[in-house]
Design a protein around this ligand. Structure first.
Ligand code: FMN
Length: 144
């Protein structure tokens, strides 16, 4: 089992509808391939962690990095892990309209996001916290 962490920039700001469609697509396709992880999005900034078998997530990452919805994709990590840290696929972002999002499975408002799992190694948890803060801001920091 490996995980890959990358950051990128949306080519144009993703609307609530775009994010909803991406959430649906990821939940469906990742479940089929036993891929889990988490995606952070805010103001065009994206960070994602995907975890699963390397022969699955490496080609998936290649596909994601060619997706025209974002650019400047930089892979920060690709390494073996002992166990999954995000067994339920999830996404965290600030929707423009909160209405309708709260009920979506796998969706979190940044303030409601559970803490990074303590089962992760300190180094891995640090990376996840760094990319999360880079995208969503420090915990408790209100949105500009
Ligand atoms: C920011 C971002 C994250 C994505 N994450 C995933 C993902 O976790 N799993 C996935 O299957 N597709 C993900 N995609 C979508 C893929 O890039 C691609 O559109 C999708 O796998 C459908 O590919 P296909 O047309 O070859 O079936 C993501 C796209 C973007 C822009």
């Amino acid at each position: 089992m490996n995980h890959i962490v990358y950051m990128s920039r949306a080519v144009r700001p993703l609307s609530d509808q775009d994010l909803k469609e991406l959430l649906d697509q990821c939940r469906r396709d990742n479940a089929l391939h036993d891929v889990t992880g988490i995606l952070f999005y805010s103001h065009g900034n994206i960070a994602q962690l995907i975890e699963g078998a390397p022969e699955i997530i490496e080609p998936l990452f290649e596909k994601i990095s060619r997706d025209g919805r974002h650019s400047h994709v930089v892979r920060l990590v690709n390494k073996p892990i002992a166990a999954r840290s995000f067994p339920d696929w999830s996404m965290a972002f600030h929707p423009l309209e909160h209405e309708g999002f709260q009920a979506l499975e796998g969706f979190f408002l940044p303030d409601q996001l559970p803490p990074t799992p303590t089962s992760m190694t300190i180094a891995d948890a640090l990376i996840v916290d760094l990319v999360r803060q880079a995208v969503l801001g420090a915990p408790g920091q209100s949105e500009l």
